[in-house]
Design a protein around this ligand. Structure first.
Ligand SMILES: Cc1cc2nc3c(=O)[nH]c(=O)nc-3n(C[C@H](O)[C@H](O)[C@H](O)COP(=O)(O)O)c2cc1C
Length: 512
């Protein structure tokens, strides 16, 4: 059974690869006016408006990691948390079009991830399961009534694959999973500001789907399915499970009345990758000390102002202090993300350095665990020099070379990959984790998405910018690294550089 599921996953991964002469299957034509709706309403569900005020507006970025007393779990503070991780941050307008942006990036700005809040005994909020409607920053109550009395707050997440598949076809499942990783990381930063410590309880997939109500097949008849992803405990005793609901309300809105294509392989890989997270393990670098910094920019502003660069200037040199702070944040212990995501590090950055102060242009690797260092060295090209490149961090130079053109070619010929200061390629342990548990396919993408989010926020806080790159030529990457089989696979690219903004695009506040 597990073997068949693993085989389904591996086959999906291969067929959803892009190559210079063969992109993964996708729609031949796109009707932009027929894009699936970015927001799902639950018709008939009771709404609770959320306060819009940011409760933690004064905390400096450099103090993000400092221990702080947890704020009470009330409507005010939950509204603040949701805005900072999954809320709208701006509307953009250009030439008669208008689109919204959120605290986390999303492939194609299509936002497949839906957010659910489960509350028991929260001041100002009725107990139950609520859908977070980010368009208006309100909660829609989907379910209530349970025998469980214990206080608790959980956030749940589901993906609507069609939102991504509409544009990206078969590769879309990967993008939904990378997006999920971004959301989890965004949540851990926002929670840290509120003094909250999110945990990932082990919960089997049927229970999760049941808790979020996405297994209520009859209610989803004729509308797009939601795939349960993960539950995060914000405030609950270790053993507490989310309540089992007795009453349900609301009907999910249809998002796309005329879907033109079908990508059944996405349903297959979704089914093959259902399963709980593995038990927590502490990473080898788990002892890394939290340390602050002297950056006094407001952390909440960083989270709300985060944007993906659409173009980089191709000349600015990333200061070494910014670069090193970024490396540190990627290592276990270096960011609030790694306090929530305590699994052993399985995804590791390879860096194509174009313009970084004091670092020769070339290809580098930052193994995030001691075990990975040896394993990567055994798997990568034999001619790589593995020259230590930092006194403190496990950064190794593999080759010295200008790699701008290579980065651009590997990233589906996108200029952002060469015009930035550093292009990251995130390489994951692959065949073994998936053979052991096919659900790892999702979790590895989440980890890659989380690393991307850490990169983007650290860049943003320092006045630089990041952009996720989901479009890359998989096996061309592997060829460059000398990887001969699927023991390791690259799952994501990321670019960091000095952004060029487009002055023609107007910005309007998120919640007027
Ligand atoms: C998983 C993922 C893949 C992405 N891939 C690309 C890409 O290949 N090229 C690109 O220019 N932007 C890419 N982006 C950036 C998105 O286009 C961007 O996040 C989106 O337009 C929303 O804008 P914002 O991040 O400024 O909110 C990607 C983002 C994510 C999260």
């Amino acid at each position: 059974m597990g073997d068949t599921r693993a085989a389904t996953v591996l086959a999906y991964h291969v067929r959803s690869k892009h190559a210079p002469d063969r992109y993964a299957a996708g729609p031949g034509t796109l009707d932009w006016d027929a894009q699936p709706k970015a927001f799902r309403d639950w018709e008939g569900a009771m709404q609770t408006p959320l306060p819009r005020e940011i409760a933690v507006a004064d905390i400096a970025w450099g103090e993000l990691v400092a221990a702080r007393a947890p704020l009470p779990f009330n409507l005010q503070n939950l509204g603040s948390l949701l805005r900072l991780c999954v809320g709208l941050t701006a509307w953009k307008e250009y030439a008669g079009s208008r689109w919204s942006l959120r605290a986390h990036p999303s492939s194609g700005n299509l936002h497949p991830t839906e957010t659910w809040l489960i509350a028991a005994q929260v001041d100002g909020l009725q107990d139950g399961l609520h859908h977070y409607q980010n368009l208006h920053h309100v909660l829609e109550r989907r379910a209530w009534g349970s025998d469980t009395q214990a206080a608790g707050v959980w956030l749940g997440f589901s993906s609507i694959h069609w939102r991504e598949a509409w544009k990206y076809g078969e590769r879309a499942f990967r993008y939904c999973q990378l997006d999920m990783g971004h959301v989890l990381a965004a949540l851990s930063y926002a929670a840290a500001l509120h003094g909250w410590k999110p945990r990932l309880p082990e919960l089997d997939e049927a229970m999760l789907a049941h808790t979020l109500g996405v297994d209520r097949v009859e209610e989803f008849a004729g509308v797009e399915h939601e795939e349960a992803e993960v539950l995060v405990a914000l405030h609950a005793t270790d053993a507490a499970l989310p309540p089992d609901w007795q009453q349900w309300a609301g009907k999910p809105a249809l998002l796309d009345a005329r879907p033109l294509y079908q990508w059944p392989v996405i349903d297959e890989v979704a089914e093959a990758t259902r399963g709980p997270l593995p038990p927590t393990q502490v990473s080898a670098f788990g002892a890394a000390v939290r340390r602050g910094g002297d950056n006094d920019i407001r952390a909440a502003q960083v989270l709300l102002k985060r944007r993906s660069a659409q173009a980089f200037d191709g000349q600015s040199v990333l200061p070494q202090a910014v670069f090193r702070r970024l490396l540190w944040a990627l290592l276990p212990g270096g960011s609030p993300v790694w306090e929530m995501w305590t699994l052993a590090a399985r995804v590791h950055p390879v860096l194509l350095v174009h313009r970084v102060e004091g670092i020769a242009p070339g290809m580098y690797v930052l193994p995030r665990s001691d075990a990975a260092r040896g394993a990567l060295q055994a798997a990568f090209r034999e001619t790589f020099v593995w020259q230590p490149a930092d006194a403190e961090f496990p950064l190794f130079q593999l080759i010295a070379a200008r790699a701008g053109k290579t980065a651009r070619t590997l990233s589906c010929h996108q200029d952002i990959a060469s015009q930035c200061a550093v292009t990251f390629m995130l390489v994951a342990e692959f065949a073994a984790p998936i053979a052991a548990d096919p659900a790892a396919y999702r979790h590895l993408h989440w980890e890659a998405g989380m690393l991307g989010h850490v990169i983007t926020l650290e860049a943003e806080a320092a006045g630089w910018r990041g952009t996720g790159i989901g479009c890359f030529f998989d096996d061309a990457d592997h060829e460059v690294l000398g990887l001969k089989d699927d023991t390791w696979q690259v799952l994501y690219h990321y670019a960091v550089g000095m952004a060029l903004d487009d002055p023609r695009i107007a910005t309007v506040t998120a919640y007027a």
